[in-house]
Design a protein around this ligand. Structure first.
Ligand SMILES: [Ca+2]
Ligand SMILES: [Ca+2]
Length: 152
């Protein structure tokens, strides 16, 4: 093998290992805040104007929140026949740190096909953490409120 080829191979191996290292360090980063799910309010109908469920039925809401860095995911219980849910704030849903990305899914649980109410991907900044309360609006989700509390 000539020297040039060997140098290129060594270099690319180094770049790959730096990339992996950076990801590992990030995965092990400590969460600085706990996220609490306060409430969710969704539109009365689907985007096409029809009811969420047969005979004008209201949706059966479930929220799924996942932290891309830690891989931790939280599912709420299903709240039946309602467009508004206020959650019990006893337990945090996930931990976060500045720079984390939260994936949020709200859907209407059905027997066969669930109706997606909204999907959002939110980057967490120090500004959001300092403000403590974050209200989000996406797709048919009119308001989803999160609260951030610093860990002791
Ligand atoms: Ca439905
Ligand atoms: Ca349903």
């Amino acid at each position: 093998m000539d020297l040039f080829r060997r140098a290129i191979l060594t270099l690319s191996a180094t770049i790959v290992s730096i990339g992996l290292m950076a990801r590992d360090v990030r995965a092990q980063a400590e969460s600085t805040h706990d996220v609490y799910l306060v409430s969710v309010k969704v539109a009365e109908t689907k985007a096409n104007g029809s009811a969420w469920d047969p005979s004008g039925g209201k949706p059966d809401l479930r929220v799924v929140i996942s932290n891309e860095r830690s891989g931790k995911t939280y599912l709420t219980p299903v709240a039946k026949d309602t467009t508004f849910v206020k959650f019990d704030l006893k337990d945090p849903v996930v931990g976060v740190a500045d720079g984390d990305i939260l994936d949020i899914l709200v859907y209407d649980e059905d027997l066969i096909d669930h109706d997606i109410v909204g999907i959002s991907r939110k980057a967490i900044t120090t500004g959001i953490l300092e403000k403590k309360v974050l209200d989000m609006t996406f797709s048919r989700v009119e308001q989803l409120r999160l609260e951030f509390r610093p860990r002791k």
